[in-house]
Design a protein around this ligand. Structure first.
Ligand code: 13P
Length: 229
């Protein structure tokens, strides 16, 4: 079971370093897969002990004239080789198109990065039924090389992100089974995963791991989730 924490625009460099130490202390002697965290760009650092570090975002170039972005050169400084691509907040709030997302995927694929590729539908699509749901989700794989070995799919329904209301076991199972059949990749679920529902979600057969936002921000709470699952 994989535990992945997306800090989004939370935590500083100091608090991220402290976070890593707390996780290592809390999980000392506990048998589990390494925890992967995605701190904001200003807090990127090397992984330590049981904690690996990835980038929430980066531009698809080594370096250059891309104001406000970071690229491969900045990631290499901290030996970062994992990246989140396609998160709904970047698609919806930052306006990243599928074409843009696919360029990023291609670039980081060429660099051999582990890509955590996020997909998810808005409530309006979910309400239209199964066919519309899968049509929408599969469209988020346009120009994505799904034969790439080092990538994981994170299914994060937009209506479950930050709302406190997770998708149900049935919702997750339905989508995950469809994804597994189509792509046969490691699958994560994200959207209001927390201490009170982690056991139920971890039990779902297709769930290989979770991508956690709000409930990952407190290191002790997150470590408790790892232990509970
Ligand atoms: P929450 O866990 O806050 O719902 O966020 C999920 C998410 O978007 C992780 O990438």
């Amino acid at each position: 079971m994989r535990f992945v924490a997306n800090f989004k625009m939370n935590h500083t460099r100091a608090s991220t370093l402290e976070y890593i130490d707390i996780i290592n202390r809390e999980l000392e002697g506990f048998e589990c897969q390494n925890v992967l965290i995605f701190p904001p760009a200003t807090a990127l650092c090397e992984g330590k002990g049981k904690v690996e570090v990835g980038a929430q975002n980066a531009y698809f170039e080594e370096k250059g004239a891309y104001t406000g972005e970071i690229g491969l050169e900045q990631l290499r400084e901290f030996e970062i080789s994992k990246i989140l691509i396609g998160h709904s907040e970047r698609r919806e709030i930052l306006g990243e198109s599928q074409e843009f997302v696919a360029k990023k995927f291609e670039f980081f694929k060429e660099q051999g990065f582990e890509i955590i590729y996020c997909i998810g539908e808005p409530l309006s699509v979910r309400k239209q039924g199964k066919e519309a749901l899968f049509e929408y989700l599969f469209s988020q794989f346009t120009n994505i090389d799904t034969s790439y070995e080092n990538f994981t799919i994170a299914y994060e329904p937009i209506w479950a992100i930050g709302t406190g209301v997770s998708a149900t076991v049935e919702d997750i199972t339905l989508v995950h089974e469809g994804l597994k059949k189509e792509f046969n990749k490691e699958l994560l679920y994200g959207g209001s995963v927390k201490l009170s529902n982690i056991e139920e979600i971890a039990k779902i057969e297709t769930v290989d791991g979770v991508l956690v936002g709000s409930a990952s921000l407190d290191a002790k709470e997150f470590a408790k989730m790892v232990k509970k699952a």
